[in-house]
Design a protein around this ligand. Sequence first.
Ligand code: PMP
Length: 409
Amino acid sequence: GKDIVPQAPEDPMFGLMAAYRRDTAEMKIDLGIGAYRDNNGKPWILPVVKQADELLRKDPNLNHEYLPIAGLPDFTSASQKLVFGKDSPVVTEKRVVSFQTISGTGALHIGALFLSKFYNRSASEAPAIYMSNPTWANHNQVFGNVNIPTKQYPYFSRETCSLDFDGMINTIKSAPAGSIVLLHACAHNPTGVDPTQEQWKQIASVMKEHHLFPFFDTAYQGFASGSLAKDGWAINYFVEQGFELLVAQSYAKNFGLYGERAGCFHFVTSPASNAQDTVARVGSQLAILQRSEISNPPAYGARIASLVLNDPKLFAQWEEDLRTMSGRIIEMRKALRGKLEELKTPGTWHHITDQIGMFSFTGLDERQVGELREKYHVYMTKNGRISMAGLNTGNVEYFADAVDAVVRE
Ligand code: PMP
């Protein structure tokens, strides 16, 4: 009867990974999950992470005790500096409170839970969160699970394979005052398309005028522009404009610490005489939420990141490792576009090099994606997104030939 738990569908991304693993074909390509692969298609441990790991192992004072509820202090303070800049007024004026989280997902979750409990409780209707269409699929679940209504703003134009800025800004304009707007700080997943600085300024201005609340998701700092500071530009522009805002930060991609679950949640309040009091009250509630959800966060990934972020030499090595990853991805974008243009594959392919970050939204439709999988053993999400990191000099031509074939069918 009513008490029976219905069967839920399998997570599409993890289903895709399992199907790839089951495929026994000699030539197969995994373009699904957004994890970096080296030119041999293998997971890559960043050299700086190896160094940090060796240093940690030698440290006689390390043990397996619990971290504090808010996490490793050296990690959260370094995370603030990374997102907001070393000399940011949010740090010097103590307008930010930060909690170490279970990677980016955990940061989104604690932010969502906090909003569901404390945000705009006097409103007659619960405020909705507006997210881009498309967005990272898990966003819908994370906010939906805490009963925050989810709505969409247009983001991607299928015609131009680029930003639908008018659609985005008009929908944001029409959102009821007090609505929350989820924004990808850089390297938008799944499209690889970001607003320009000029467009970000317009988004901020509309959001300020309409009293909307920004929630930034930053999962790819260091993957977009080649500069960590530039990748944080949008967040800091909003901070300069005096917004109160939330940030969910992940170290999965930029440190390759996927399974270690290192992340950070930041609450920033506007400049005001009672700012420190606000931060203290919010922090006290976050501590209760964190305690009941995870008690305290996992230590290893945060120790690695903290060691690197707080040491100038290791930090410089990290920046080099980031350039290694983003540089290889850019090379693969060039190779894929070049090969498709050489084959005169119907359509235009400049968007492959225009888009940035780990993903490309190819414009391939569901039928084509299905055929790539059935006939060519290429695994990618139904929406036509490919993880550029799954391509390498050994498979990019095979992939381009396969795309050419399914497009011509
Ligand atoms: N936000 C976005 C946009 C992402 O793409 C991801 C990773 N796929 C995350 C958040 C969170 O990932 P994680 O929990 O592994 O840090």
